[in-house]
Structures are given as C-alpha cells and as structure tokens.
Design a protein around this ligand. Structure first.
Ligand SMILES: *Cc1c(COP(=O)(O)O)cnc(C)c1O
Length: 349
C-alpha cells in the first residue's frame, strides 16, 4: 500500500499556473530597511503607528510561533481567523463542482458552509455513537476526487478527541490532505499532531488564538503544514490578510505564556467543578467526556431548558438539531463567578 503523496496531484490547475499578486514590498525583502525611504506603496507618510501596510508574511509572529511549536517559519501560514485558513484550503485544492471533501458530523459548521460557498461536494460520514471516526465508512466514501478529510479534534460540539489510531490510519491511507482542526488542543491532555508534521506530508493542522489564547476579537488563525502546502496557500492568500493591530496584539500575548497557561488551568479547574455539579441536576441525562473548554450534555428537553436559561440571562448553545445530538446543550466554561451563577440557576430549574 503506502502513501505516494504528490502535492501536484492535489493543487487546482489554475492555482498551479497562476501568477500571484506582487505587492510593493515583496520586491526587496533582503535589504536592511531601517534607513530606507518608502515611496512605493502610495501610503500616507505621516507616522501614526499604522500608516504603513503590514508585513504580508507576518514574519515576527511566525518566528515566535515557530520557536514555541518547534517548526520552521515556512511551515506556518496565518489567516484572518481559522475560518480564512480553512477557506484557503478549499480554494487551493478543491475544484468547484468537481472535487469533494469529507467531514464527520456532528462537527464544526464552517467546513460545510465553506464547501457550499466553494461549490465543493461535502460527503458527510457520521461519527460513531461514541463520537469517533468510522474509518471503514470514510475510506469507502473516498474517491479520486476526494481532496480533503476534515478532522476536528477535540471535536466541537462533542468535546472528545479522536483516537490516535484513527487519525494515523487516515494519514497513512488517504492520499489527499488530512486537516486536523486543533482549535481546542490547549484544553486537552493529548499532544498536538504538530510533532508529526515531518512524518506525514499530507498532514495539515489548524489552530487559533480565538479560544485558549483569549483573542477571538483580533481574528488570528494558524495553519501548520509542509513547506510545499504552505507555499501553495501563500500564493493565493490576500496579500495583507492579517492586519498590523492583530499582529501586534498577537505578539504581546504570545510573549506571556505563563498568563495563558494559568488561564487555561483555571478554565480546566472550572470545567471539573461544572462536570461535578451537572451530575446532580435532575434534568441532565448524560454528560459527555470533554477535552475542550465546553461541556456537551443530554437533557430531558433541550428547547425547553435552553429557553429557561435564556429567560434567566444565561446564553448557551442548543445543539439539538445536530446529528447524534438530540436534546443536547453545549455549555462553555466561564469564569468562576459566571459558573456559580449558572449553577445557581440550574439548581432552581
Ligand atoms: C472556534 C473554532 C474555530 C476558531 O475559528 P477562528 O476563525 O479562528 O475564530 C475553529 N475551529 C473550530 C472547531 C472552532 O470551534
């Protein structure tokens, strides 16, 4: 068997042959720019901190990430949230109305939305009852037009991560890209698949600063992959897709790993508190194991309980319409005070 992987078999023909946009600053990367006068990009010359275009390749942010994650900067692509990164993957590798992708519901809704926007067929292969990938069914669904399999691990909205065996099997046997969305990896005991990047040329990992890193508002998504995959994505990305303010805030935050770590620890502690309390709530029928900053629970009547919580000023996510999630609610873990309020309300209902 083996996995004869060739990126050229996956990239769309028009992407292979296109000439990328060349921005004013692309043309002299190797100079020491400190003393130069920039009259090339039609910017306003009066300094205010953001009057210049940002670095299109965001090298200062990538250098920090590369060091922290032990990868090379040419194995990183940054986007306007993971949502842009995921969209770029569709646009680089999936020919509209021809190619297809595989997703595993119940999972993150954006994969399906992006497939739709890009006119790419989305083959949905349900997770098993214990929310694991059904490998045989997935491999049966694969055809010569299948370009990407999306794995979300830990998975949203179920909270569990996928078994290492399943993920490794797909990486070894599927000849397209295996995208592992690790938006919640920092809340899990499991290691990131980043450590396996050099092992699997078809492995693509997405992460984000929106969850554990506390920066949903700045929109910074991260893609880790082989230098070959990253260079295809760089070719098609909008030149200035990550703005200067975002790059600055990301650098500030990445410089405070201890603070991030302590917030994550506090969220994990609060998660345990909530898990224990939920055991005693009489309308809760099942609490699913979680490795994320949220908890999925099956209740007696999700629509009713959702409305009751809203009426008490607490907004959660009703997932009852998702496959395998009948009567399920998803609670994000908040601060200790927020969770105490939630607990108080749950006990009143
Ligand atoms: C929240 C979330 C993201 C984050 O998306 P951003 O665009 O980076 O904010 C990505 N994937 C999953 C599964 C998520 O739940």
């Amino acid at each position: 068997m083996g996995n004869s992987f060739d990126i050229n078999n996956l990239v769309r023909e028009n992407v292979k042959t296109m000439k990328p946009y060349s921005s004013a600053r692309d043309e002299f990367e190797d100079f020491d720019t400190a003393d130069m006068i920039f009259l090339d990009a039609n910017e306003n010359p009066f300094e205010n901190g953001v009057n210049r275009y940002p670095d299109p390749l965001q090298m200062s942010v990538k250098e920090v990430l590369a060091k922290q994650r032990n990868v090379k900067t040419n194995q990183i692509l940054l986007g306007n949230g993971s949502d842009e990164v995921l969209d770029l993957l569709f646009r680089a590798f999936c020919e509209p109305k021809t190619d297809n992708v595989i997703t595993l519901p119940p999972t993150y809704g954006m994969y399906g939305v992006l497939a739709n926007i890009n006119a790419v067929e989305n083959k949905e292969i349900l997770l098993s009852e214990d929310f694991q990938p059904q490998i045989e069914k997935i491999m049966e669904a694969v055809d010569e037009k299948t370009k990407i399999i999306f794995l979300c691990s830990p998975n949203n909205p179920t909270g569990n991560s996928f078994s290492d065996e399943s993920v490794a099997y797909l990486l070894q046997n599927f000849k397209g890209l295996v995208v592992i969305d690790e938006a919640y990896i920092d809340f899990s005991k499991k290691d990131s698949w980043i450590n396996e990047l050099d092992e699997y040329p078809n492995l693509v990992i997405t992460q984000t600063l929106s969850k554990a890193y506390g920066l949903a508002g700045i929109r910074l998504g991260i893609c880790y992959a082989s230098a070959e995959v990253i260079s295809v994505l760089n070719k098609i990305k909008p030149p200035y897709n990550v703005n200067e303010l975002t790059q600055k805030r990301a650098l500030d935050r990445l410089d405070k790993p201890e603070k991030i770590k302590s917030e994550i620890e506090s969220i994990i502690t609060q998660r345990s508190v909530l898990l224990k309390v939920l055991l005693d709530v009489d309308f809760v029928e099942k609490i699913y194991p979680t490795e994320a900053n949220f908890i999925l629970v099956k209740v007696d009547n999700a629509n009713k309980r959702y409305a009751e919580l809203i009426a008490k000023g607490i907004v959660i996510r009703n997932r009852t319409t998702q496959p395998l999630c009948n009567n399920c609610l998803r609670f994000t873990v908040g601060t200790e005070q927020e969770n105490m309020k939630l607990i108080e309300v749950l006990k009143q209902l």
